[in-house]
Design a protein around this ligand. Structure first.
Ligand code: AGP
Length: 374
């Protein structure tokens, strides 16, 4: 059933819409709601013999390419917060190019949907040679990365056929949020926070079902943007990754130039691009960075920027005060899970832009689902 399109026209469309179910499968059997002592926790069978080593490692290094790298970037803040272990990020090819330092005391986490990406595999071999504990997060049982790592977590998102990764991205973030919970499981000080995240995870498929209702709205937005040359996406904090991933989706399938940018860097160059024509999506959902994003919106208004603001439900009027903008309102969830909700409208936008511009949705030119050559 997973490999036919059912009622959908394209695999990418089907895979976007099946995210409530794929997320449910990713979490199945892994969230423990608490027994007699009422403690909520997570169970990651593949890591049970290694979690203490990960907790004690000197550093956690996330390694991946493209969307898988972006998923790790989205999870980085919650891993740092709950583990207290420094987290660094590596694009697989860059780590190999630099022969960057990897130590025996490191935990190296390899994130890959296919488990076969050549750059990620090479980085894995390099990390194994350097003695790090290697953890795989893949969607393919028996894949090279699943086999060669010391331990790992299968994301269970189901077969993904569209070249543009969609449901694997959201399942990867959820798995890494669960990894953060498992590493931080021994800290009493963060128990309330961890329980709130577990409650958020349990409700996440419903929130994704809710945000999928924006489909027609995103199609209308795509109609408005389809003739544009370029699109910018600004995010920060948990949603810097959303900006990168949203822009990657738009460029790889709709073939429209698109860049995701860290909003904190706006004044250091990108601001020069702003005028009344260039469409800019600003992600300004509620979290610790919200007031900073409000100030970014004000600065863009002052330059007559053409803004599309993604905000939490109920914030439409306040985020656009001081100028005109189009708004995408999304349900609010626990801050570390918000990237899972926020990427969905951007996946829908990329999909509709592609159909309207007449490009191949599931097999974009020059791209392969799994990049097995360097
Ligand atoms: C995602 O939409 C892309 N097709 C691409 O960036 C992909 O995520 C990257 O090639 C990594 O693939 P992997 O997850 O299978 O390793």
């Amino acid at each position: 059933e997973q490999i036919n399109k059912g009622k959908y026209e394209h695999y990418m469309q089907k895979e976007i819409h099946e995210q409530p179910e794929s997320l449910t499968t990713t979490m199945r059997g892994r969230l423990i709601r608490g027994g007699s002592c009422k403690v909520k926790t997570v169970l990651l069978g593949g890591l049970k013999d290694h979690i203490k080593t990960i907790r004690r490692s000197r550093r956690i290094v996330f390694i991946g390419c493209g969307t898988s790298y972006n998923a790790a970037l989205a999870a980085r803040p919650i891993i740092e917060e709950l583990s207290g272990v420094p987290v660094t990020m590596e694009i697989a090819s860059d780590l190999v190019d630099r022969q960057g330092p990897i130590y025996r005391e490191d935990t190296a986490v390899f994130v890959s949907q296919s488990g076969e990406t050549a750059d990620t595999l090479l980085a894995l071999e390099y990390a194994l040679e350097n003695g790090a504990l290697c953890v795989g997060i893949t969607n393919t049982v028996g894949s090279a990365i699943a086999r060669k790592t010391h331990c790992g977590i299968h994301i269970n998102a189901g077969c993904e056929i569209g070249v543009a990764s969609t449901k694997a991205y959201t399942s990867q973030i959820v798995v890494m949020a669960m990894l953060a919970l498992a590493i931080g499981d021994d800290a009493i000080s963060s128990q309330t926070r961890r329980e709130a995240i577990i409650d958020g995870l349990i409700d996440l498929p419903n929130k994704v079902r809710e945000v999928l209702k924006l489909d027609q709205e995103m199609k209308d937005l795509a109609k408005l943007l389809m003739a544009e040359q370029s699109l910018l996406v600004f995010g920060r904090g948990y949603n810097f990754a959303t900006a990168l991933e949203g822009a990657l989706k738009v460029k790889e399938v709709s073939l429209m130039h698109s860049e995701g940018m860290l909003a904190g860097e706006m004044k250091h160059g990108p601001l020069a691009l702003v005028d009344e024509n260039l469409p800019i999506i600003v992600i300004a959902t509620r979290d610790a960075c919200f007031s900073k994003q409000q100030s970014v919106i004000q600065q863009l208004h002052a330059r007559k920027g053409r803004l599309i603001v993604m905000c939490s439900k109920g914030d439409a009027a306040s985020v656009c005060a001081g100028g005109s903008c189009r708004v995408i309102e999304v349900p609010q969830v626990e801050d570390c899970l918000q990237p899972v909700v926020n990427i969905v409208p951007l996946q829908l936008l990329a999909y509709h832009l592609t159909v309207l511009r007449g490009h191949n949705v599931d097999q974009p030119r020059n791209l392969a689902k799994s990049v097995t050559t360097q």
